[in-house]
Write a protein that binds this ligand. Structure first.
Ligand code: UD2
Ligand code: MN
Length: 778
């Protein structure tokens, strides 16, 4: 009994202990729960008050993650940004060789392929593209995306609210009188006026009509300008490159110069609050369900891109700020010249045209944006008429010009330029999205030297999912024969020699064509484009050669970035045959600008263009005259100084012409051909094998005559009968000289007995039909 009682007493103790312990445990637990609840609450509270920027980031990450099962997309952006910014242009990633296949190859344009086991999407030519949705497993190094754009926007929203609530003057004063610095005085004065105006009118009268609202919106942007400017003042930043101020600008700059500088304005007035769930928001890929496939396909041909998806994406979506980090810190001058932005379009898709315009309105400092000129190149679509007029009526800065007949993009641009009021012309394609801070870095270059022609980095808006992709660093526009545009990396030696960083301007031998700024006066001094160029193509070559050879410079500005939809085909009709149009334009360019190098153009598959019966390239007198009057340099100078890594031998082969069977060399004496013992010192034995495929000495060309003879004729590029195939792809006859004009294969053969020449049916193993020049240059 005692035992039992003791036992119960003991177990009672144990029970009591267990009970007490449980209570304590529970208390702890509750405290912990409370703590975490508090944390959640405070977190929620925080979330409610954090700036829109942070909300963006949060919603962006969370919703994307849930909805699409992706990794955090910011990481992807981070990855892309990191990779691209890290790159030196010589990294393991094969760099961009993005060719716009003009002329003969043009239909192959822009085929995107994804190589197996390759995380970086590439174009068919190997260009690496960085978008923000690469496959999983990407080495993700976290790096902050530059969403700085929102800071200015957020601040200003807040400030504007105050202004509307009747405290405008206070806000304005606190903004404008924080600190005085000499450097910012000029821009301050200018902005102060606008600011005062904004504050006054906003307080006096609320905006009612759309026009007024836009006006307020515009002026709000001025306020953003003021904020950012003062921000720059508050935290002085060092320019990453030394920036010549005012008087240091080149002599040929005519604009009125003000001495101050400010941090480049990172404006983004896109709609707020942003719908983070909107399709394509933040430049993300827009995805269509399989059910929508038919619709996607049906609408594709309207623009040769995903028109269906484009319509679902907000007209003012945000895109990631893809500039290299230091760009946002760069200084630009106060009092930059104003610009007219010119968009030419023919039958452009509604949503992309509007998105292009919105991106300019939302991301350009209003005091620098004089106007936006839309040149309608005789579009056939109804929605581009009254509906467009009505839509654009809400933006006082937008003007629409309608051409009475189809002129083509070249003359359409000229029509825009003719009425432009800005000091600078900025041409853009009508399916672009200008990124944050895109404009000032362009205008800055022109401010420093009016003969500089800056181009933004052209990023890629996917034609398939409309995602915004960034491209490699250190890319410049180049051409390959026959005047085919492409991208190539800046030679690493140049990067090293010039100590280039990824945000430095890049000398660019040829511009892509669509997107650039140019001082208006300078554009007209240069004689604009050759107005004889038709519809589309080649004008980028023409303006590039003209700029470089006549004293200007073309640059790509990495701190200015604009996305563009590259389309597989032109979605509009060509009044004449597309290929013939481009060929004709290129031939005009070659004739006016290439000097003796034009043979390289014709020699790369355009021999037929020299026959005036085949193609009429029109009158060139004015263009040739212009080049003379401008005292432009030679194409040789251009190659040596602007594009020295271009291989451009004037002939395909040269030197002695050795016959394998005879083991002797061809010689020309007194108008007749014979064979001699080879001797490099004898000029009579020196021949060229030219781009026109001539076997040529001085002005004489070897030609077949009759069924088996040959003749020496005076060289004439238009005559196909003077041409010989040599080193052609026919490997059995690779060493032979095959008469091009003769229907069946006839080859040049050395007569062993008479030491002269004959034309005989080609025999692959006949050594008397095998020839070798001393030097092959191409
Ligand atoms: C590129 C250029 C483009 C132009 C073209 C021809 C870029 C990003 N784009 O091809 O600007 O230089 O090469 O060399 O560098 N358009 C007209 N009328 C016409 C044809 C076109 O107004 O008869 C408009 C068209 O709506 C578009 C712009 O001109 O806005 C450029 O045409 P594109 O987009 O078809 O040229 P793209 O980008 O293939
Ligand atoms: Mn385009």
């Amino acid at each position: 009994m005692m035992r039992l009682r003791r036992y119960l007493r003991d177990s009672g103790r144990v029970l009591a202990f267990v009970f007490v312990a449980s209570v304590i445990w529970l208390l702890f637990d509750m405290a912990a729960l409370r703590l975490s609840l508090n944390e959640v609450n405070s977190q929620l509270l925080k979330e409610r008050v954090i700036k829109e920027k942070e909300i963006f980031k949060q919603q962006f990450g969370a919703t994307q993650h849930m909805k699409r099962g992706f990794k955090h997309p910011v990481q992807r952006v981070d990855w892309a940004v990191t990779q691209a910014r890290k790159g030196t242009g010589t990294s393991g990633v094969k760099l961009a060789q993005v060719y716009r296949h003009e002329g003969k190859e043009q239909d192959k344009k822009w085929n995107f392929i994804k190589k197996q086991g390759d995380d970086v999407p590439k174009r068919d030519d190997g260009a690496a593209l960085y978008n923000f949705t690469p496959k999983q497993g990407v080495p993700g190094k976290k790096k902050k995306v530059n969403f700085d754009l929102n800071v200015a926007v957020v601040n200003i929203t807040h400030k504007n609210k105050l202004a509307y609530k009747g405290e405008p003057v206070k806000v304005a004063q606190s903004l404008l009188h924080r600190k005085d610095s000499k450097a910012n005085k000029a821009v301050k004065n200018q902005l102060q006026e606008e600011e005062a105006h904004l504050v006054k009118t906003t307080a006096e009268q609320p905006a009612n009509t759309d026009k007024e609202k836009q006006d307020v919106k515009d002026r709000e942007q001025v306020l953003v300008t003021v904020t950012s400017t003062l921000h720059a003042e508050k935290e002085p930043v060092k320019p990453s490159v030394s920036l010549p101020v005012g008087g240091h600008a080149k002599d040929n700059s005519t604009a009125v110069r003000k001495p101050g500088v400010h941090k480049v304005l990172s404006l983004d007035m896109t709609a707020r609050p942003r719908d983070a769930n909107a399709v394509g928001q933040f430049g993300q890929a827009a995805l269509a369900g399989w059910k929508e496939d038919a619709e996607v396909r049906k609408r594709w041909d309207e623009g040769y891109f995903n028109v269906y998806l484009s319509e679902k994406i907000p007209l003012d979506r945000a895109i990631p700020d893809t500039r290299p980090d230091m760009c946002a810190q760069n200084l630009v001058h106060d009092g930059l010249p104003s610009t007219s932005v010119i968009f030419c379009f023919v039958d452009e898709v509604w949503s992309t045209l509007l998105r292009s315009v919105h991106s300019v309105l939302n991301r350009s400092p209003p005091h620098l944006l004089k106007e936006i000129i839309l040149v309608d190149d005789f579009s056939t679509k109804d929605y581009l008429k009254k509906q467009l007029d009505d839509y654009m009526a809400q933006f006082p800065k937008v003007r629409i010009i309608r051409l009475k007949e189809r002129q083509g993009l070249i003359r359409a641009r000229l029509a825009g330029a003719a009425v432009a009021k800005g000091e600078v012309l900025t041409f853009l394609d009508s399916h672009v999205e200008c990124n944050v801070g895109w404009l000032e870095p362009l205008l800055e270059r022109i401010y420093l030297d009016r003969k500089k022609v800056p181009c933004p980095v052209i990023e890629v808006i996917s034609d398939k999912d409309m995602s915004y992709m960034m491209v490699d660093n250190f890319q410049r526009g180049i051409f390959k024969w026959p005047l085919v545009f492409g991208w190539s990396a800046v030679p690493p030696a140049d990067i090293k020699k010039n100590n280039m960083t990824i945000s430095d301007p890049i000398r660019c031998p040829v511009m892509a064509g669509g997107l650039f700024s140019i001082d208006k006066k300078y554009f007209f001094e240069l004689g604009t484009y050759d107005p004889g160029l038709d519809v589309w193509g080649g004008e980028n070559m023409e303006i590039s050669f003209k700029i470089w050879m006549c004293g200007g410079e073309i640059e790509i500005i990495p701190c200015s970035r604009v996305g563009h939809i590259f389309r597989g085909q032109n979605p509009y009709k060509f009044p004449k045959d597309r290929q013939k149009t481009v060929e004709r334009n290129l031939a005009r360019v070659a004739e006016v600008w290439l000097d003796e190098y034009k043979d390289l153009f014709y020699g790369h598959g355009y021999h037929h263009l020299q026959d005036k019966k085949v193609i009429d390239i029109g009158n060139l007198t004015e263009q040739i005259e212009l080049r003379k009057n401008l005292k432009c340099k030679s194409f040789k100078w251009y190659l040596e100084n602007v594009y020295p890594d271009m291989v451009a031998p004037l002939v395909k082969a040269e030197g002695l012409v050795f016959n394998r069977g005879l083991r002797k060399c061809l010689a020309l004496h007194n108008g007749s051909l014979s064979f001699e013992t080879c001797d490099l010192s004898k000029q009579a034995q020196h021949f060229n094998y030219t781009w026109m495929r001539h076997i040529r000495q001085q002005n004489l060309c070897v030609a077949p005559r009759g069924s088996s003879g040959f003749a020496l004729l005076s060289c004439d590029n238009t005559k196909p009968e003077l041409r010989w195939f040599h080193k052609s792809s026919n490997s059995a006859l690779v060493e032979h000289l095959i008469a091009e004009f003769v229907s069946h294969h006839m080859c040049l053969e050395a007569e062993s007995r008479s030491d002269t020449l004959r034309l005989n049916p080609c025999e692959p193993s006949n050594t008397f039909q095998k020839w070798e020049f001393t030097h092959y240059l191409a």
